[in-house]
Write a protein that binds this ligand. Structure first.
Ligand SMILES: [Zn+2]
Length: 353
C-alpha cells in the first residue's frame, strides 16, 4: 500500500504519482471507466487493454444483489470472473441504496433496503460492505457512507456526515483485521457546505486510511469549487479521488486542484445517445450531416474506431440500431478521456501543466 508523488507542478496544485496495488501500479492522475456490473458497457477487456485503461470501477450494490458474494467468491473474485487482471475499485453501494432502492431505513447498525431487482430485503452494515469487497478482492474499496441528497439542509448534512464517519471507523476496524493489501479509502461528505467539508476532512483523516475520496451530490456549477477547496485540505501523501466526475471541462481544473483519480459513466452513457467527444466539444452521430461523411469521429484520433471507420458508417449503424455503433462510440469516448488525462500527466511531468 503505497502512493508516491513523483512530480509536483510549479504552476498549480497538480501532481503526477504512482499508486501501488495488488494488481499493479496505477499512474496518476487517472481516469477510471465504470463497469457497474463487472463490464464496461459494450467493451471487452481486450479493448480496454488496447485503450491502456489502468483500472476499472465496479459497483458493490449491484454485484452484491447479482450475481452475489458467494458466486463471486466461488469464482475466485472479480478479476478472475470478469477476466480483468489489472486493478479494480469498487464503490460501497451506499449511493445506489439511496438512489435506486424504493425503500431504505437507516439505523446506527447500517441500512436496510429492498432490492430494485426483486424487492428482497437486505441489510448493509459497514462490516458487511467490507466483507463483500474482500470477497470481490477489489484493490481499492470504499466504506459504507451516506451521500446527502441535493438540495440538503445543513442540519441533515451534519447528520449524514456524522453517521458516515462513525461507519467509516467500523469499516476500518473490520478492514484492518482482514485485508491482504486491498486498500480502504475514506469518503469525505459534507454536501455543498465548505465548513462541513472541512470538518469531514478532519474527522476522516484521523482514521489515517490509504486514500481519500470526495463524494456527495453538488450542483454541477459548484463541483469544481467544492472539490478544489476540499482537495487542498487532504493529506499530500495520499491519493485523492473525486467520485463520479469525468467531463473534460471539469478534469483540467480538478487536476490543477491536486486531485488524482476520477471515474464517470459518461463516456459509455453518451455513446448510447450517439454522442462522441472531440477536442472542440461533443458531436452527435445521429445528425444527418454525418450521413455520407467519410471522416473519422475525430480527425487525428488514433483509436480503433477512428482509424478504421467513417462517421458515415457509424451513422448508419446507429440508425439501424446495430450494437456495433455503441461499441465504436464507447471505444472512442473511453479512449478520449483516458488519453485526455494521460496527456495532462505527461505535461505535469514535463513542467508544462
Ligand atoms: Zn477515436
Amino acid at each position: 500500500m503505497k502512493f508516491e508523488v513523483i512530480k509536483k507542478s510549479s504552476k498549480s496544485h497538480a501532481r503526477a504519482g504512482k499508486l501501488y496495488t495488488n494488481h499493479g501500479v496505477i499512474e496518476t492522475p487517472v481516469f477510471m471507466p465504470v463497469g457497474t456490473q463487472g463490464t464496461v458497457k459494450t467493451l471487452t477487456p481486450h479493448m480496454l487493454h488496447e485503450i491502456n485503461v489502468q483500472i476499472i470501477l465496479a459497483n458493490t450494490y449491484h454485484l452484491a444483489l447479482r450475481p452475489g458474494k458467494d458466486l463471486l467468491k466461488e469464482k475466485g473474485g472479480l478479476h478472475n470472473f470478469i477476466n480483468w487482471p489489472k486493478p479494480i475499485l469498487t464503490d460501497s453501494g451506499g449511493f445506489q441504496v439511496f438512489s435506486l432502492s424504493k425503500m431504505r431505513h437507516i439505523t446506527e447498525e447500517g441500512v436496510i433496503f429492498r432490492s430494485h431487482i426483486n424487492g428482497d430485503k437486505h441489510l448493509f452494515t459497514p462490516e458487511s460492505v467490507v466483507d463483500l469487497q474482500l470477497a470481490f478482492n477489489s484493490d481499492i474499496q470504499m466504506p459504507l457512507d451516506i451521500c446527502s441528497p441535493y438540495p440538503c439542509t445543513k442540519e441533515d448534512a451534519i447528520k449524514d456526515l456524522d453517521q458516515t464517519v462513525r461507519w467509516a471507523k467500523r469499516a476500518k476496524d473490520e478492514w484492518e483485521k482482514r485485508h491482504t493489501g486491498q486498500m480502504l479509502f475514506g469518503i469525505v461528505q459534507g454536501s455543498y457546505y465548505k465548513d462541513l467539508r472541512e470538518k469531514a476532512v478532519e474527522m476522516m483523516t484521523e482514521l489515517d486510511l490509504p486514500g481519500y475520496s470526495i463524494g456527495g451530490m453538488v450542483p454541477i456549477g459548484q463541483i469544481n469549487e467544492i472539490s478544489g477547496f476540499t482537495a487542498q485540505l487532504l493529506p499530500e501523501n495520499k491519493p485523492r479521488y473525486l467520485m463520479g466526475v469525468g467531463l473534460p471541462e471539469n478534469l483540467v481544473q480538478n487536476i490543477a486542484d491536486g486531485l488524482d483519480m476520477f471515474d464517470c459513466v459518461i463516456p459509455t452513457r453518451l455513446a448510447r445517445h450517439g454522442q462522441f467527444f472531440t477536442k472542440t466539444g461533443r458531436g452527435n452521430i445521429r445528425k444527418a450531416e454525418h450521413r455520407s461523411n467519410d471522416e473519422s469521429l475525430e480527425k487525428g484520433c488514433a483509436c480503433y474506431a477512428c482509424k478504421n471507420f467513417s462517421k458515415s458508417y457509424i451513422h448508419h449503424l446507429f440508425k439501424a440500431n446495430e450494437i456495433l455503433a455503441l461499441t465504436l462510440l464507447s471505444y472512442h469516448n473511453v479512449y478520449f478521456l483516458v488519453n485526455f488525462v494521460q496527456n495532462i500527466r505527461e505535461k505535469i511531468l514535463s513542467g508544462e501543466f
